[in-house]
Design a protein around this ligand. Structure first.
Ligand SMILES: [Zn+2]
Length: 335
């Protein structure tokens, strides 16, 4: 399979974030990129092309993209910043003003403390987005392609980031396929709800979004991921959430994927974006589903059986011995 990556993914290497109220080691480090890159040895590996900002602003608001590009350069606005900018105040519903100062804008544009801005954040997230654009293009040319997007993207909304995510690589790929004339479906199998992708397409009927994830009443992203969320306005009926109880293994997860593929078939999708989180693994340090390496291989084969042009976009999946094996297994199944 054609695999696209960006060497800039070695950037944006955060050390810590707040989880359950305590400062913990940050799982979304650049070491993930090195591990995943090694796992695709044997495939055709291509460096991402610089597509500029047009495919990014096709799904993200220009002011948010401008903020991401310029925030680190404004760090002198805050005294004592040496290695990273982190949001510490956040607007609530009804607080709609966009402040001009940097600290206020950090909370306006970034939804939690996990999503810091560092000197090499923009190059890393832009490289990730460009790899997703390439994967969409290769999916149409060659049938399928994998983009090693790191940092990941599916928790990023059109106007703000959160949950380790800044630019929504899957949404960027979906829009790229849409602009090429495809009827697009996004199938998100990360253990976490693909809330950003849902948010970007929630009012649209030209991209079907399907997310299969661990039930969110006590799990990130908490405030979305429920099966009652089906779209709004023209998008009503074009968002599907399939939430699984924690601790389930391969069979219910694969059955949910099969159910999602049936919906995509009924929709008449002509191109597929797969948000490939590997954090549904039984060994993932922050995952709560119990999917085996064999389960990932079967998922790859099941999704490929839809026989649609397919852009596979890397989402979550954190460092454990199984991580590279799970990626290799999924791609092997999809091939
Ligand atoms: Zn995840």
């Amino acid at each position: 399979m054609i695999c696209i990556h960006s060497p800039a993914s070695t950037g944006q290497n955060p050390q810590s974030f707040f989880r359950h109220g305590n400062l913990r080691d940050h799982p979304e480090t650049s070491e993930r990129y090195r591990i995943l890159l090694k796992a695709i040895t044997g495939h055709e590996i291509i460096d991402a092309t610089d597509h500029g900002t047009a495919p990014i602003t096709a799904v993200h608001s220009p002011d948010y993209v401008e903020f991401l590009m310029t925030a680190w350069g404004r760090r002198q606005e805050l005294a004592g910043i040496t290695d990273q900018l982190v949001a510490t105040q956040f607007p609530r519903v009804g607080m709609n003003a966009r402040p001009t100062g940097l600290q206020g804008q950090l909370g306006f544009y970034l939804g939690d403390t996990s999503t810091s801005i560092r000197d090499d954040t923009w190059s890393a997230i832009a490289g990730s987005a460009h790899a997703a654009v390439d994967a969409a293009d290769y999916a149409l040319k060659a049938g399928k392609a994998y983009a090693l997007c790191r940092p990941p993207g599916h928790h990023a909304y059109g106007g703000y980031g959160s949950g380790f995510c800044y630019l929504n690589n899957a949404a960027i790929a979906a829009q790229r396929l849409r602009d090429a004339g495809a009827k697009v479906a996004v199938l998100d199998i990360d253990v976490h709800h693909g809330n950003g992708t849902q948010g970007i397409f929630y009012g649209r009927d030209d991209v079907l979004t399907v997310s299969i994830h661990a039930e969110t009443s006590a799990y990130f992203p908490f405030y979305s991921g429920y099966e009652t969320e089906t779209g709004t306005g023209a998008g009503e009926g074009f968002n599907i959430n399939l939430a699984l109880d924690h601790g389930l293994g391969d069979e219910p997860w694969l059955a949910a994927i099969a159910h999602g593929l049936e919906a995509i078939h009924a929709y008449g999708g002509t191109a597929l974006v797969v948000s490939l989180g590997l954090d549904a693994s039984e060994h993932d340090p922050i995952g709560v589903l119990k999917v085996t390496t064999s389960g990932f291989e079967r998922a790859g084969a099941l999704i490929a059986s839809a026989a649609l042009p397919m852009a596979i976009i890397q989402e979550g999946g954190y460092i454990c011995d199984a991580l590279p094996h799970n990626l290799a297994a999924f791609l092997n199944g999809a091939d």
